[in-house]
Design a protein around this ligand. Structure first.
Ligand SMILES: [Zn+2]
Ligand SMILES: [Zn+2]
Length: 255
């Protein structure tokens, strides 16, 4: 049922070829992807309860997941047992591998917002499948803020575009004004773990109290978790009771 809603909600005014295979024939609704490519997307297997680090290297296919399969989480990874992050729980949906590396690039640098909307809807669908296993749904969603200079350059925040369909489907308030990024930082991928941490020290400010609230941070790609951890720390200082992280893609952190 929700699958049909998902498909039908992807209708746009002009037909667009599938972003992956260029096909127009299987575009039942003119979405960013055709039905066969959508069904074939890789989905993460078991991930760590706290940081969503992949605990198995085998991927499932999206086809079997759209209707009801929840995300699988039963244990913590070694990293989290050794060094507990400020966030309490994470959900990640897809591996940061082909074609998601290509999608993220298309969203960030080629303004392909239709794919961000589709991926946000897939995240929302999987959260709703998993909702009965979660202790509670968050009180608000916070997309990881971009520094104003980067936001001006890009014209939008990709995490906000992912968060919109989730807020709509799960009826959770979008708190886009809750945090600001005050430091313009170089891309995290070019830095060592130590540099990442230093780079993100006091990079965020929280604009109002979130006392006793449960906030879910929405991110596009989580690698070491340093960015969301820096934001989670500030949110806990602003009174948050619980922090979840919902990220589109999880890359395996460098060992
Ligand atoms: Zn296709
Ligand atoms: Zn972990």
């Amino acid at each position: 049922m929700v699958y049909y809603w998902l498909k039908n909600s992807l209708i746009s005014l002009l037909p667009q070829p599938c972003l992956l295979c260029g096909d127009l024939d299987h575009q039942e609704a003119d979405s960013a992807l055709c039905s066969p490519c959508l069904a074939d997307l890789p989905v993460l297997g078991e991930t760590c309860l706290r940081c969503a680090n992949p605990l198995e290297s085998r991927f499932e296919r999206l086809e079997g997941f759209l209707e009801e399969s929840p995300l699988l989480q039963i244990r913590h990874c070694g990293q989290c047992l050794k060094n507990k992050p400020y966030f309490d729980h994470s959900l990640a949906f897809f591996p940061y591998a082909h074609p998601f590396d290509y999608f993220i690039h298309a969203i960030k640098f080629r303004s392909k917002l239709a794919i961000a909307s589709l991926l946000g809807q897939l995240m929302a669908q999987q959260i709703s499948n998993t909702a009965s296993l979660l202790d509670e749904l968050p009180d608000g969603l916070l997309p990881v803020p971009l520094h104003p200079s980067r936001q001006r350059e890009r014209g939008y925040n990709q995490s906000l575009e992912l968060a919109r369909p989730i807020a709509k489907l799960l009826k959770i308030p979008l708190l886009n004004d809750l945090a600001q990024r005050t430091k313009a930082t170089p891309p995290q991928s070019s830095l060592s773990l130590r540099q990442r941490k230093q780079n993100l020290k006091d990079a965020f400010i929280i604009n109002y109290s979130v006392k006793d609230r449960h906030i879910a941070i929405i991110d596009d790609v989580m690698t070491t978790g340093t960015t969301v951890n820096a934001l989670a720390k500030k949110l806990k200082q602003a009174g948050a009771r619980r922090i979840s992280v919902w990220c589109l893609c999880r890359a395996e952190p460098p060992s």
